[in-house]
Design a protein around this ligand. Structure first.
Ligand code: SF4
Ligand code: SF4
Length: 474
């Protein structure tokens, strides 16, 4: 029996004869810079997504932050929409719509999200821009990393990590700024008066960005991303993928000068498609889960094809069925109008319509009723019966209102005089009150009766809502 050596890699026995490592060593990938139409799309997506991310918390709306998920006061602001604790069902429905949208998008467009808009891709891209700017192209970066420690190397590495850290911390501040007013955060940061939790989350998110985009990079996509794992259930032979055209590319052969490229065997085995790949895979080996769909290999190969006088598209966006010539590559309708997409689309449309419909019809004032459990019914003057209720009233408008309470559903039902006073509730505020409702006993034959409580704004009679509850007679 073999003795376990301290700090040796964990191994598994294969047929009891040979050791197999359970972990593959990760080698640092130095993606080569590539230019081309898809790279331009990616740059545009990076700029657009980051403009939205960094600018949104600074937008104002009615003298407040336009988008703010205020966890402390449990109020979510999305421009004109304010979601209070009792509205979390809408938030859950909106999140469900996003998930269903991702289902539709993935089954049609494959990994387009991963390749162009996923934060991991976007921040890795930005960190790579900084790295390339300071350290040079792929070969220069490899050379620098392999060189001995020197003042030149230290200077460049310090500059790179400083820029990465500043960028990461700014990203952390922006992220936390979606949950806590960003202007206060910035002031607190500049005056060193940030609270402990805010400091923790800014540093935590900043270091997550620094670590994921600066060091982990493709490892996050390969081993940590849950979306990459469950994508396979949404993929089928009609989903958009990036594929190497085996029929056209094989058999590979090196470029022979002044030879017209043949119709087949057009891959000259230059390996540039592998050098540009941020996950370090060879797309010519077929569809692999590590491929994030960034299309860098398409741009690289198109450039090579252009140089050797061959048409572009040896590596291209396609589908498995289009490659197998089940339908023409340009027949987009075949890719979109298929049962899986129509089913996801129908569910998404239904949930979205219902959510928007309910949101549109949402009452600007809401309340919950809780009966007083200690005294269900109490006899007061002249034998009248009294029930007590606690009301939690939420004003979801950005304007304060005075509200009146009304009770109905039984003849001679009466609110106690202290329950008829106006209740002032500030904008997006909540007030909890107790009300007493009385009824003469002679008309009450049953044990319980349904009654209705209405809360109505004094200054706007269209703002009102009614809830049903029970009046207990005995
Ligand atoms: S870039 Fe194109 S030609 Fe070069 S190895 Fe890759 S597939 Fe072949
Ligand atoms: S194989 Fe091509 S598309 Fe896939 S990750 Fe690598 S470069 Fe990007």
């Amino acid at each position: 029996m073999k003795k376990r050596v301290k700090n040796a890699p964990i191994t598994a026995l294969n047929n009891g004869s040979e050791d197999l490592s359970l972990y593959s060593p990760s080698t640092k990938i130095y993606p080569r810079w590539v230019s081309g139409r898809f790279n331009q799309w990616r740059i545009a997506c990076v700029i657009l997504t980051q403009l939205i991310f960094y600018l949104t918390p600074w937008l104002g709306w009615n003298e407040r932050q336009a988008v703010l998920f205020d966890l402390v006061s449990r109020k979510f602001y999305l421009f004109g929409l304010i979601l209070l604790p009792q509205d979390f069902i809408y938030l859950a429905a909106l999140l469900l719509c996003c998930a269903l949208g991702l289902f539709v998008w993935t089954s049609v467009g494959g990994r387009l999200w991963c390749g162009y808009a996923c934060p991991q891709t976007v921040y890795t891209e930005i960190f790579l821009w900084i790295e390339t700017w300071l350290e040079g192209n792929r070969l220069a970066r490899i050379k620098l990393d392999n060189s001995k420690i020197s003042f030149h190397k230290l200077r460049i590495k310090t500059a790179k990590h400083s820029l990465w850290l500043i960028f990461a911390l700014w990203t952390g501040l922006t992220f936390v700024g979606y949950f806590s007013p960003i202007r206060d955060l910035l002031t607190g940061m500049l005056t060193l008066q940030l609270g402990p939790w805010e400091t923790f989350w800014i540093v935590f998110y900043g270091f997550a960005t620094y670590g994921n985009a600066g060091f982990m990079r493709e490892q996050v996509c390969k081993y940590m991303c849950p979306y990459a794992r469950f994508q396979s259930v949404m993929f089928d032979s009609d989903t958009l993928i990036i594929s190497y055209d085996q029929a056209r590319g094989e058999p590979r052969h090196p470029l022979v000068k002044n030879l017209t490229p043949p119709a087949q065997g057009q891959c000259i085995n230059c390996g540039i498609c592998v050098q540009v790949c941020p996950t370090g895979i060879d797309i010519r080996d077929g569809l692999q889960y590590e491929c994030i769909g960034c299309a860098a290999c398409i741009d690289a190969c198109d450039e090579v094809m252009d140089k050797i006088g061959s048409p572009p598209g040896l590596i291209r966006y396609t589908t498995e069925n289009a490659l197998a010539q089940v339908y023409a590559e340009k027949d987009i309708s075949k890719r979109i109008f298929r049962p899986r997409v129509l089913m996801y689309g129908a569910v998404l449309l239904s949930v979205l319509t219902l959510t928007l419909g309910f949101l549109y019809k949402r009452e600007p004032v809401k309340f919950t009723i809780v009966r007083d459990r200690n005294t269900l019914v109490r006899e007061i003057e002249e034998g009248w019966l009294e029930n007590t209720y606690r009301l939690q009233i939420f004003n979801s408008e950005e304007k304060s209102h005075a509200y009146f309470i009304k009770a109905s559903g039984l003849p001679h039902l009466k609110l106690e005089s202290d329950s008829t006073l106006p209740i002032f509730i500030p904008a997006t505020g909540m007030e909890e009150i107790a009300i007493r409702i009385n009824s003469p006993p002679d008309k009450l034959k049953n044990n319980t009766y349904p009654i209705y409580i209405t809360v109505e704004a004094h200054d706007d009679h269209t703002i009102k809502t009614t809830e049903k509850t029970t009046f207990i007679a005995r």
